[in-house]
Ligand binder design. Structure first.
Ligand code: PGA
Length: 239
């Protein structure tokens, strides 16, 4: 695992965007795995600005998002609002799990089919939960799991409660599995702030274990972690 140490969220956002832009510019076709949450917002801002200012087309990019809440379109809305509305990726090339599907079992299977029909994910962007989750794969998730429905933990619900002040917060989500994520050719994990410091410490210093889902990434051959000072704050100390 490669660690890129950055000073703050701004630098992290710029470097993450530059990594994606260099792939977008040098590929005829690119399958990007995308994440939501607070951490990648700045990256989407840079990617959108670059597309508008440079006139670089993104029309050869296909996207598959990690997750969506059950009974909600919250992350569909997030992606449109923060990224898709600014770029020329055809909407039929953008994919998120449908949390409002009649059959979630069928939806999970179809989502796996979408990813495999695309030929797999070239580069998957990940955040990391305070509890070490990746996507919505909560502690205890099997490392060979495929796209599935999860019951969110109290830690995740409380970290994300701020996004559901006016509406009921869904307690379940559909997420790509850890096995699905690990099949990506390359992974870029973004971590900002001291709240992530323990999860980042476990990722680098801890053993591979299901209690910290991100430690599954230790077996992947091509993972880059971009972490700011706060997220690295427990790495530099004796453990
Ligand atoms: P955050 O979420 O970017 O909102 O902190 C990250 C995650 O839970 O994976």
């Amino acid at each position: 695992m490669k660690l890129i140490a950055v000073s703050d969220e701004e630098e992290l956002s710029r470097i993450a965007a530059e990594i994606l832009i260099s792939k977008i510019k040098t590929s005829d076709r690119l399958v990007l795995g995308l994440a939501t949450g607070k951490t990648p917002l700045g990256m989407y801002r840079y990617l959108s600005k670059y597309s508008i200012e440079s006139k670089q087309s993104y029309d050869h990019v296909h996207t598959v998002n990690l997750d969506e809440y059950v009974g909600s379109q919250a992350y569909h809305t997030y992606m449109k609002e923060h990224f898709f509305q600014y770029v020329d990726i055809p909407s039929e090339q953008t994919h998120l799990p449908n949390g409002e599907a009649d059959s979630l079992t069928v939806e999970c299977k179809s989502y796996e089919d979408i990813i495999s029909n695309l030929g797999g994910i070239d580069l998957q962007v990940l955040g990391i939960g305070e509890n070490g989750h990746i996507g919505f794969n909560e502690p205890g998730t099997n490392f060979d799991s495929r796209t599935h429905v999860v019951q969110l933990t109290e830690s995740t619900l409380s970290a994300n409660a701020k996004y559901f002040i006016d509406t009921n917060q869904p307690k379940k989500a559909i997420t790509m599995g850890i096995g699905t994520i690990l099949e990506s050719k390359e992974i870029l994990l973004l971590a900002v702030g001291e709240r992530k410091a323990n999860a980042v410490k476990e990722l680098f210093k801890g053993s591979i274990n299901k209690d910290i889902p991100a430690t599954a990434l230790k077996v992947h051959p091509n993972v880059t972690v971009l972490a700011d000072k706060g997220a690295r704050s427990l790495l530099d100390k004796e453990s």
